[in-house]
Design a protein around this ligand. Structure first.
Ligand SMILES: [Fe+2]
Ligand SMILES: [Fe+2]
Length: 488
């Protein structure tokens, strides 16, 4: 499977990044700051390049994160007499983890930020007073940053952030105790006040910095678990409308989100993002809910009276309307990307076949491209999983006989067709992951649709007694009544 285009480095981006580093070097030379600062930024850019995560935007975002914290720390150092050990250096690595959930990036940022801070402190009188070298400070902040990043990984509550801040403080304090392995000094109250307390407080300041996560989320165009949890609340206006105006689509979205979330979890991609993306994938159906099968229980199929070309327009429109609604309700762009990507450039088989059948009588020409969704194809694993879950759920729902074997057959057929049609080409899913997704879908869909045990209809106690006496007089077991099924 080919690599997604987004991981390729653009030459223009590389030139611009190098120019920024060069200008920074000139600036540092002019104001007599260590030239190691631009060198470290160059190092950061090169690592991003080699890990194939490179884009100018990511480089600038991470650079901005470091610059903001350095600037604030430098201002505090210049204008106050605060001990540098109070500085929340670990917050950079913690923010990187929350915003990007990427261990390599976290490692780089923990290293670059701690190195830059120790450089900034190299001339500080505090180092002499504390009896530590810049390297000691760098190591303490580096370990603190890594510890904090691991502690906030996958965090879903504000309480976790606070606990992570406390954890950072303790790890940093332990680091300082290990550097000063003089037991007499360790027992003195002065040591606790001057060395341990600032590092403990620094961890808590990190937790306070993380409280401003929403600002970075907005600036960097990413989404964190906190926003995802807010979006998963069914009181959100768009989900409320879905429940009230298109209950069939709401139920379909719930099933899709359940099976997609389980699959995302099984392959180690972002399960919460997948679930929330699935909630919103079909919001475009709000405009004309009656034209979609899941909402046609009472009305019958409206497409029976429509030309295939008209049906095509109505169905295509649910993607367009969805994008418009996402804009109107200011939905996060990452969640909005599930709307066009959950169909990719797939073909509307049913209406295409209907149009071909009509062509034979009309002698008109049917262009396959007209019956394809506009795309783009899924650009991330999460949207690809929702694409597969959406089609697998719809295909399973239309089965007459919902046994696990039939469900597996249909799921594999759907996934194979999407794969052959090239819909997964840009999603970065591996063959092994696709196999895991097929197995998980089969299990989840079988649990949802199979095993509906039919019970005899018993309305009240007298019915029960009546039935029991009838059973006592007959050797036959009670017969299941049509239409009285209970899902397991
Ligand atoms: Fe859809
Ligand atoms: Fe759907």
């Amino acid at each position: 499977m080919k690599n997604p285009v987004k991981t390729k480095i653009q030459y223009s981006d590389a030139i611009l990044s190098l120019s920024i580093v060069f200008l920074l070097a000139v600036f540092c030379k002019l104001v007599e700051i260590s030239l190691l600062i631009p060198f470290l930024l160059l190092f950061l850019g090169l690592l991003l390049f080699f890990f194939k995560k490179g884009s100018l935007k990511l480089f600038l975002n991470l650079g901005l994160l470091i610059a903001l914290t350095l600037f604030a720390s430098s201002a505090i150092q210049t204008y106050t007499n605060l001990c540098p050990l109070f500085l929340p250096v670990a917050s950079i690595a913690m923010l990187t983890m929350l915003l990007y959930d990427d261990l390599q990036l976290v490692f780089i940022m923990a290293f670059v930020s701690s190195a830059l801070f120790s450089l900034m402190l190299s001339g500080s009188r505090w180092l002499g007073l504390l009896g530590v070298t810049p390297l000691d400070v760098m190591l303490i902040f580096f370990i603190g940053g890594l510890a904090g990043a691991f502690a906030v990984r996958g965090a879903r509550t504000r309480g976790t952030l606070f606990a992570a801040g406390l954890y950072v403080g303790v790890i940093q304090a332990v680091g300082m105790i290990l550097i000063h392995h003089d037991f007499l000094l360790l027992l003195s109250p002065m040591f606790l006040k001057v060395f341990v307390l600032p590092l403990l407080v620094s961890g808590l300041v990190c937790a306070a910095v993380l409280a401003g996560l929403g600002v970075f989320e907005y600036l960097f165009g990413v989404i964190t678990n906190f926003s995802l949890l807010e979006l998963s609340d069914f009181n959100q206006p768009l989900l409320r409308r879905l429940i009230l105006e298109a209950p069939g689509t709401y139920h379909h979205s719930l099933v899709v989100s359940n099976i997609a979330e389980a699959a995302a979890d099984a392959i180690g991609s972002n399960a919460l993002l997948t679930r929330v993306g699935a909630y919103y994938h079909d919001i475009g159906k709000l405009e004309k809910p009656d034209y979609f099968t899941e909402n046609q229980i009472a009305t019958g199929n409206k497409h029976d009276d429509l030309e295939p070309s008209m049906s095509r327009l109505v169905i295509l429109n649910h993607v367009k309307e969805g994008i418009a609604l996402a804009k109107q309700y200011r939905l996060n762009p990452i969640i909005a990307s599930f709307i066009p990507e959950h169909h990719g450039t797939s073909l509307m088989h049913y209406f295409y076949q209907k149009a071909l059948a009509a062509e034979k009588t009309d002698k008109g020409e049917v262009n396959e491209e007209n019956y394809r969704y506009p795309g783009p194809k899924p650009q991330r694993k999460e949207t690809a999983i929702v694409l597969l879950a959406d089609s697998s759920e719809a295909a399973t729902r239309s089965l007459d006989e919902m046994t696990p074997n039939r469900i597996e057959e249909v799921v594999r057929k759907v996934i194979n067709n999407k794969f052959i049609d090239g819909q997964l080409d840009e999603s970065n899913l591996t063959l092994k992951e696709i196999e895991t997704i097929a197995v998980t879908f089969t299990r989840s869909l079988s649990a949802t649709y199979h095993g509906r045990v039919k019970y005899p209809e018993i309305k009240n106690a007298s019915d029960y007694r009546h039935q029991k006496s009838a059973d006592d007089h007959s050797a036959e077991p009670p017969r299941a009544q049509e239409g009285d099924s209970h899902s397991s």
